[in-house]
Design a protein around this ligand. Structure first.
Ligand code: F6R
Length: 606
């Protein structure tokens, strides 16, 4: 989960790393640190609990000179949040930053008699100590011997006191990307941060050692043979990594949705129909499977739930959506006729990656829907469709989610066609409606102040319920997650019809209820369910299709009328509305919208 950066070149490393850590802060933000190899060869460390801005202040008071350094922003796993547990960790001649978890750190402490020598409670310092134990002048031998002793996941940036100007990198599962810049070499935990320095990067293969120097990078396998890196090009616009005048990334990313959805769907439409040939997806992948299973976590899993509702109604195929973290432990019934779709913004979520590997071992065909090019989940899958959302920096996912939905629409439409459920005419009509979605979403975004006004009524709520049926329920699960993660208000999404089976006991006049009605076939039932909560005193905030008529007898606290689309596409304008609702509640509560407490953007621990 942690962010890592390394730079060696002609410029001062401190400033470059502090800037990079600010961008990487979304990966973890409880402490930060840098180590710089000075002109005299000595390594100096500055680190502290707190944000990167605290580290910057520390460096302003007491900076470190040198053109080679490694830096880290932490999401604590082993060892609490403290200056001492912050990275980098130095042991003997070895300085280390680490992302991942060393599961056998306790047995390593015993085996190498480290107990009395460690100064932190982290598994990472243990890895530094083991490296130091094996280091006697040959860095490759020390790294090789160490990684053979480690159990768990790791991405390391390593400096040795007596090899000034060089950074070594090695990884298992946790990602590292390496770039060449005009005047040096850089490594990082993700490509978002490298885009402003270079367009050329490669993903460090697992169990390979890279050595970065000012004049370039060499790559070796575990036998010590040189390997040619597979260079990739950063495909997104670096301006997308800035806030672009918005107070928070989340607002910017919400507002970008019409554009990035267009960028996701338009290149995949030919002759007015979805065509996934450019992604290398053969129609046989979609026609030959007998069931589909999505594996994903959090928001990406919610995208899968919308996909399931679409696939089952349009394609008439059985589809499961599994929490990736549970998938391996529930005896899931995937086989050679199952198409497993792994959905992930980062492409690095370890639960999703492990679920995908499990599906492959069971013979399933695998397809990744991923935002970050070259990410582990993309590389592990048989096929990949990239969402063109660009970098998503806010911890709460917004545009990645709706571009995942866009891909699922393309897949559902194409699948219905290749399985003979849609003819050309139906597919063209479906595609034409999908193409309207960005403009329809834009009209919701343009009315964001109306939603801001509604949000003010929720600022003091302790509990919120969100109710809807069918696709509306699927989207509310996501709307509810968005609200709780950034506003810290407890919120639960409920299928409206289920409320009366127990949960309605919690409804009082202090519990605002957000209701969404956009599906014609359940419209009247949904209005009845709303009456049930209104008669128990709840204030109802209603998001409904503009063509529906309100019951004039009822008291309506807040109503937002959504521009109408075909029912199956209404999730897109509703998503935008619910994202804005959560955003404004968090903003008006004065919270750090982009970096909610306890969270990190990329979840690389199980
Ligand atoms: C919530 C959120 C998370 C992620 C989840 C999976 O706003 O962003 O729930 O969706 O951690 O992450 P990815 O999509 O990177 O696999």
């Amino acid at each position: 989960m942690c962010g890592i950066i390394g730079y060696t070149g002609k410029k001062e490393a401190e400033e470059i790393m502090l800037d990079a850590l600010e961008v990487l802060e979304y990966r973890g933000y409880d402490s930060a640190g840098i180590a710089v190899c000075g002109p005299d060869g000595g390594v100096r460390i500055r680190k502290c609990a707190g944000r990167v801005k605290d580290l910057r202040s520390l460096c302003e008071r007491d900076g470190v000179e040198g053109a080679c350094g490694i830096g880290h922003t932490r999401w604590a796993t082993h060892g609490g949040v403290s200056d001492g547990n912050a990275h980098p960790h130095k042991f003997g001649k070895v300085t280390v930053i680490h992302n991942g978890i060393i599961e056998n750190y306790k047995s390593l402490i015993g085996k190498y008699g480290l107990e009395a020598e460690l100064r932190s409670q982290t598994d990472s310092e243990v890895a530094a100590a083991v490296l130091s134990h094996f280091y006697s002048g040959d860095p490759y031998a020390a790294i090789r011997k160490t990684v053979l002793k480690l159990k768990g996941t790791f991405a390391f940036g390593i400096m040795f006191d007596d090899i000034p100007g060089a950074i070594f990198a090695v990884r298992n599962v946790s990602p590292i990307v390496i770039a060449k810049t005009e005047e040096g070499s850089m490594m990082a935990s993700d490509v978002t941060v490298l885009g402003q320095y270079s367009k050329d990067y490669f993903v460090l293969p697992e169990f390979h050692v890279a050595v970065l120097r000012a004049d370039g990078t060499e790559l070796y396998d575990m036998s010590g043979d040189a390997v040619e890196p597979e260079w990739l090009t950063v495909s997104w616009d670096v301006n997308r990594s800035s806030k672009g005048g918005y107070p928070f990334y989340m607002e910017k990313e919400i507002m970008e949705q019409p554009e990035v959805i267009r960028e996701t769907i338009e290149p995949r439409i030919r002759d007015d129909m979805p065509d996934l040939e450019g992604d290398g997806i053969p129609d046989s992948l979609l026609s030959d499977c007998s069931q589909i299973c999505v594996v994903a976590c959090g928001t990406a899993m919610h995208a899968g739930l919308v996909g399931k509702a679409l696939m089952q109604s349009l394609v008439k195929i059985h589809m499961d959506v599994e929490l990736a973290s549970e998938f391996m432990y529930t005896d899931s019934l995937v086989d050679g006729k199952t198409l497993v779709i792994a959905i992930s913004q980062s492409g690095e979520t370890i639960d999703t990656l492990e679920a995908l590997k499990y599906a492959k071992r069971n013979g399933a065909k695998t397809l990744a829907v991923v935002n970050v090019k070259g990410a582990s989940i993309a590389r592990e899958s048989d096929y990949v469709i990239y969402t063109n959302a660009g970098p998503e920096i806010a911890v709460a996912s917004t545009k990645a989610y709706t571009t995942q939905l866009a891909v699922l629409y393309l897949l559902a439409g194409r699948m219905a066609y290749v399985r003979g459920i849609f003819g050309e005419k139906e597919l063209k009509e479906f595609t034409s409606e999908l193409r309207k979605a960005p403009a329809v979403m834009q009209t919701v975004l343009d009315r964001r102040e109306e939603i801001h006004y509604i949000a003010r009524g929720m600022l003091n709520a302790k509990d919120v319920f969100m109710i809807g049926r069918g696709l509306d329920y699927s989207i509310l699960l996501e709307g509810s997650l968005k609200l709780k993660e950034i506003s810290y208000i407890h919120s639960e999404a409920y299928a409206s019809g289920e409320l009366k089976h127990g949960t309605i006991a919690l409804i009082t006049e202090d519990t605002p209820v957000v209701a969404v009605i956009t599906q014609d076939k359940v419209q009247s039932k949904e209005f009845s369910n709303i009456k049930e909560v209104q008669s128990r005193g709840a204030e109802v905030i209603l998001f409904m299709k503009e063509s529906y008529r309100l019951d004039q007898d009822a008291v309506w606290d807040s109503v937002f009328k959504l521009p109408a689309m075909r029912d199956e596409f209404m999730v897109l304008p509703v998503s935008a509305a619910l994202q804005l609702l959560a955003y404004y509640v968090s903003l008006d509560k004065g919270l750090d919208v982009d970096k909610p407490r306890n969270l990190a953007k990329v979840v690389t621990v199980e």
